[in-house]
Design a protein around this ligand. Sequence first.
Ligand SMILES: NC(=O)c1ccc[n+]([C@@H]2O[C@H](COP(=O)([O-])OP(=O)(O)OC[C@H]3O[C@@H](n4cnc5c(N)ncnc54)[C@H](O)[C@@H]3O)[C@@H](O)[C@H]2O)c1
Length: 367
Amino acid sequence: MSHTTPEVTVRLATESPDRSYPIHIGRGLLSQGNVLRSLVGNRSVCLVTNVTVAPLFQSSILDALHDTGTTGRKVTVVELPDGEEHKTLASYERILTAALEDQHERSAVFIALGGGVIGDMTGFAAASFLRGADFIQVPTTLLSQVDSSVGGKTGVNHPMGKNLIGAFHQPIGVIIDTVTLETLPDREYAAGMAEVIKYGLIADANFFDYLIQHTEALLGRDEALVAEVIARCCAIKADVVKRDEREGGVRAILNFGHTFGHAIEKEQGFGVWLHGEAVAAGMSIAARISAGRGAISDDTVMTLTNFLHAFSLPTKAPDGMGMEAFMSAMQGDKKVQAGQIRYVLLESLGQAFVSSGLNESEIARNL
Ligand SMILES: NC(=O)c1ccc[n+]([C@@H]2O[C@H](COP(=O)([O-])OP(=O)(O)OC[C@H]3O[C@@H](n4cnc5c(N)ncnc54)[C@H](O)[C@@H]3O)[C@@H](O)[C@H]2O)c1
């Protein structure tokens, strides 16, 4: 790969221009402001962020929005508490109430400034505000930059499970400023790296090898390399989403490691393991099962394990979490279809498929 960051465009199935959107990736995009201004135009804005991210990057956005010559642009800022436990209908209502109180019209643009929690909630609020307003993703965690900001899944949690309420609503643009990663804690960076290696496993064996070869530089957060890696992940995700926007088929491969991962998150209590940590363990389980079927080599499993360990990510189920706990948590997953749990496995390195035919002993051996 070369060290210039390619532009990525998400083109959805119909290929009509209004169903495509750009993903801008680069250093300093927020402080430069012009990308944001061109997406927003002269429209009013509802900026949604949280108490952690607001002091870091909110002023860049506000400066960009007020530096337009547009006098009197209405900007409402909604600053939510931080954490997955706040990804609720109550927070969603708070966003909508703020937008309604400030009398925004449907032409308003919602901006999600933060990680996946803020992105998912803001997108859902935009999807339903006056029956649908535009929104822009400004993801500030590695996980949200390579995954949640692209593809249009939005929503909130319900006490009965994660992401059970939501909508498909694509953003009009994604702005990834790599400066934002400078303040991201190591644990969050590592959690994002789990989703990064997932793309190599499910879609691109060369990319998997490339990541393995550059483990040290990725650990050191080499900025040009990380930007390039983000672009490759976004391109893979955009390609999958283009083929299957609403997860009727191939999009499900993006859930590699997630059936087991969601079970771990649910069993541990949300927030104990980060989403990316649970996915790392879930991918390791799925990779071991795939190797047991001869689809990938034991060497590949070892390479994956070493990569995840380098980032201090788990590769096994949590202590004490056995088969029974997995099965009961997985039965409640929203990816269950007609009573069948759907697993994503590898058919070779770089190729994944959805299977419902896993026997319990195959799972139990590989937890
Ligand atoms: N929509 C999708 O397709 C999709 C895909 C994957 C995950 N998700 C969702 O994304 C969420 C997880 O996203 P996440 O991992 O970004 O978690 P998050 O949004 O909770 O962010 C992680 C933490 O990092 C902080 N933070 C964010 N940016 C920062 C920065 N630049 N510097 C310092 N701190 C920063 C946040 O305030 C938070 O404390 C989950 O709710 C998950 O369900 C959605």
